[in-house]
Design a protein around this ligand. Structure first.
Ligand SMILES: [Cu+2]
Length: 488
């Protein structure tokens, strides 16, 4: 069972880092060797504020009381006693009108809890071996309801079972109301022009790059806030530029305010995990490593902390360009665009504070597709601008985590395409749409001959016009009726 294997791996990873972990290279922070329980304790304590709602332990009068015990492991529930004894994520059957009492006991040291859908009851978090918590509620709604661990990502990793009340048919199983909008929000939209200038150096060097993981409230669309997990406070993370054969010192820091452990896996790295294990850092920690940029190209980077798809979907990806010996042809403007999906609890356009929904991720049912973090982000104040007769280059990545992008610009044709971000081979010419896999990149050039608004889309058009993967390239300058004549 894959879920059962994940934890020993993660645990081993933590143990290894604790014993042999890298020493911070920068800003004078000291590496502190701490025992695993302490690391996990810090993580647990830091995540304590991440409850969907305050712990609920309601004892209400009902019929008879039915009690159940569940042991908690990473990442599943295990029935204890009675008909559920030894059953993984057991179905819990109760009689309509009875009082249900469920006690969960932590058999590991990672933080977990139990939440019951439809009844909106959540236990206190348990995070130490043998710690337990109990929920109690009256099963007054007939139907089948999910119970699961409400720590972000844990439901998707397999911590879910069913509560069947009465016949299990029907009943009220609606979403609780969306929370009020969390304010203030930060602008998490990465400006598409946020690209460092080309490297003009002609020989390799040692370069240092700095990356800070932060969890910040931003807007998916006006009136819809969401807790993004970011590199540097924006989505995608900062654009890095190095040169082939450079030695790159990566200074990865997980902000002390974070609730989660984070890391970074650079696809430009030749080495285990792309640096994921070497950079794994609990809140407030550093995880540093170096690598040699052996192969030119445009590469994705992303968080490698389990559950990885959750971390990417919440915003943790970016691009690093490894410039070739022979530079690409110069252009007038360069832009940076990253596509990804958002998986939200409530339907698209629901106003308020959205929450990540691990089940939607598990089911591969995104709520939004976005460029640079938010619904139709690269429009209005964030649109791309250029002039007639300019050449434009777009560095495009698909962070995913799960969907291919069919990148297209309505009304334009890519004059050069470095497919898959390969900068060693000659580009393609005259391409309308490029396929970009999750975990991949592409470099495209355009020449601009006629003014107007050119729309960047994922040409799986539902992803664009309805679900948000839209940008505008606003081109100003003189018209030319031999190129395009709207009145002919
Ligand atoms: Cu992360």
């Amino acid at each position: 069972m894959a879920n059962g294997q994940l934890n020993p791996g993660a645990r081993e990873e933590l143990r290894r880092r604790t014993m042999n972990g890298p020493r911070p290279m920068g800003r004078g922070l000291l590496a502190v060797a701490v025992a695993i329980p302490l690391i996990l304790g810090v993580m647990a304590g830091a995540m304590g504020g991440y409850l969907l709602r305050p712990p609920t332990t309601s004892a209400t009068s009902g019929g008879a009381t039915q009690g159940f015990n569940l042991d908690i492991f990473d990442f599943y529930f295990m029935g204890v006693g009675g008909t559920i004894d030894g059953v993984k994520n057991p179905q819990v059957n109760v009689t309509l009108g009875n009082t249900v009492r469920i006690t969960v006991t932590d058999k590991v040291t990672m933080m977990h809890n139990i939440y019951v859908d439809g009844y909106d009851v959540q236990s206190a978090d348990v995070s130490s071996l043998g710690a337990s918590a109990t929920i109690s509620f009256v099963a007054d709604k007939e139907g089948t309801f999910a119970y699961y661990c409400a720590i972000p990502g844990h439901r998707a990793l397999g911590m879910e079972g069913k509560l069947v009340v009465g016949s299990g048919v029907g009943g009220i199983n609606t979403l609780p109301p969306i929370g009020p909008e969390v304010l203030p929000v930060n602008d998490i939209i990465r400006n598409a022009s946020d690209v460092p200038p080309p490297i003009t150096r002609t020989t390799p060097a040692t370069v240092e790059i700095w990356l800070n993981a932060t969890e910040v409230n931003g807007e998916i669309e006006p009136g819809v806030s969401y807790l993004f997990w970011t590199y540097g406070g924006q989505v995608p993370g900062p654009f890095f530029r190095v040169r082939v054969n450079d030695t790159v010192l990566v200074h990865f820091h997980n902000d002390a305010s974070s609730m989660m452990t984070h890391s970074v896996d650079f696809h430009a790295v030749t080495g285990p995990g792309g640096g994921m294990a070497a950079s794994m850092a609990a809140p407030g920690e550093w995880g540093n490593f170096s690598f040699k940029a052996l192969v030119p190209g445009l590469y994705l980077y992303h968080c490698g902390t389990p559950d990885v798809p959750t971390h990417i979907a919440n915003g943790m990806f970016g691009e690093i360009l490894v410039q070739p010996d022979v530079p690409l042809p110069p252009v007038d403007k360069e832009f940076y665009v990253g596509q990804s999906e958002l998986y939200a609890k409530w339907p698209i356009h629901t106003l308020g504070n959205q929450l990540f929904d691990g089940q939607k991720l598990w089911d591969e049912q995104p709520t939004y597709f976005v460029f640079n973090g938010a619904f139709k982000a690269l429009t209005g104040a964030h649109q791309l601008t250029a002039q007639v007769n300019q050449t434009v280059r777009i560095y495009f990545a698909d962070g995913g985590p799960d969907f291919i992008s069919s990148f297209h610009i309505i009304g334009e044709i890519f004059s050069r395409v470095w497919q898959y971000g390969d900068l060693t081979d000659p580009p393609l010419h005259g391409v309308q749409t490029v396929l970009v896999p999750p975990g991949g990149c592409v470099v495209v050039d355009l020449t601009l001959e006629y003014p107007g608004d050119y729309i960047l889309v994922d040409h799986a058009l539902l992803h664009a016009v309805d679900m948000g993967a839209v940008g505008v390239l606003h081109v100003t300058g003189p018209t030319n009726s031999t190129i395009f004549n709207p009145g002919a």
